[in-house]
Design a protein around this ligand. Sequence first.
Ligand code: SAH
Ligand code: F3S
Length: 482
Amino acid sequence: MEKIIDENKQGENLIIEGKEGNKRKLFIESYGCSMNFSDSEIVASILANEGFNTTQNLEDADLVLVNTCSIRDKAEQTVRKRLEKYNAVKRSHNPKMKVGVLGCMAERLKSKFLEEEKIVDLVVGPDAYKDLPNLLAEVEEGRDAINVILSKEETYGDISPVRLNTNGVTAFVSITRGCDNMCTFCVVPFTRGRERSRDPQSILEEVNDLWNRGFKEITLLGQNVDSYLWYGGGLKKDFKKASDIQKATAVNFAQLLELCAKAQPKMRIRFSTSNPQDLTLDVIETMATYHNICNHIHLPVQSGSNRILKEMNRLHTREEYFELIDNIRRIIPDCAISQDLIAGFPTETEEDHQDTLSLMSYVKYHFGYMFTYSERPGTMAGRNMEDDVPEPVKKRRLAEIVALQQEHSKTRTQEFLNKTVEVLIEKSSKKSDQQWSGRNQQNSVVVFPKEHYKVGDLVNVKVTDCTSATLIGEAIGYSNNN
Ligand code: SAH
Ligand code: F3S
């Protein structure tokens, strides 16, 4: 039942244009959140300067890297299975192959990885990718290499990532790293470290560069984008120690959004993920002011029960969340809102679960990502709370949540019937190469006959039909925003 973020992309193997003269072959695949996919682009850029071109063939690879996720136990088990597969290939085809583990599992398990998984030669945490050339030199000399040091500064702002497996239209731009929120169920603050923001200048340069290369939509990425704060570098938690000048010239998320929207007024802008406790009205107002900022907010709530929200250390109540939803709807009436929810957090009762269902009915989310609670070692809940909701109960509650979401998604999809929506064409539809597939501002997938339109065009589409999650329509002309 569990749904994984970016389900279609899990385990995707990344390919970039080869650099002439590069002799070594890198196979790199990624699991988990968008940030990991974005980080793999940074890693591939660093290694392109070390003589590596990417390959799709595991059998040919000199170096295999897997960018890993620790968010739930299942994510870690998937990676362990991949390591078994690499091991089999190494034994049968390619004894010289080296294997490295990147990302959150590397950070969580550190040197344990080298002991537990004999196949692994290299362990690199999310803040240590610039050390890869040194670490690889160690590996080449026959030693295991590890760097899992978390940084106060690293944002990779100075690395312009090569875009992997790109459609040439949409790209991720990372704006913050780490997270200070300490939700009690979540391993991210431990695996990705303290929160720091990237220099807005380097973000704008990347956005401008993407536009010049033909990209039409960016997604600003962070674990908690609303918490973005640039005051010349350093950790978010140290902002209070900043000088008066630094404080006066600081850039917050609403300001960053505005800078991006103005720098490229025709570039569509999305962002992910928002946190209810940090999403401010000025962000919503900025969204309303600039047409190119898409009307969609991914606003995880995790639970609808005040008692559970408190146990989770989510710093808002159900009532405050409703107020935020009301404000979003008042300022941007057609804004899509999506959720993340967890079923079966420790001590969750039937009544708490009913609160989650009633919260969902209030908001009627456009879509969502729903999970059963998975205890993570080292987190506050992992240490202090017993994982006491039996697995079958978690699964039944999740099934009820998913069923209700499906109902709401269907209603939301039907609301677009007979309306005209603006679609950015991304690719051919999976079902028919006669049809384009793209998304409207609210992030719903829209398919329509290709006619003379091409990838990257912004087209107005009249919606004539729909399935539970896809809009079907016909183009009526170019949007004025091309
Ligand atoms: N702020 C992050 C959230 C990362 S985790 C972001 O940018 O998306 C993504 C989702 O995984 C969370 O919102 C939560 O719903 C879920 N999750 C996190 N830890 C979990 C756990 N221990 N068990 C089950 N689901 C979890
Ligand atoms: Fe995790 Fe909560 Fe941060 S879900 S990533 S600790 S906002």
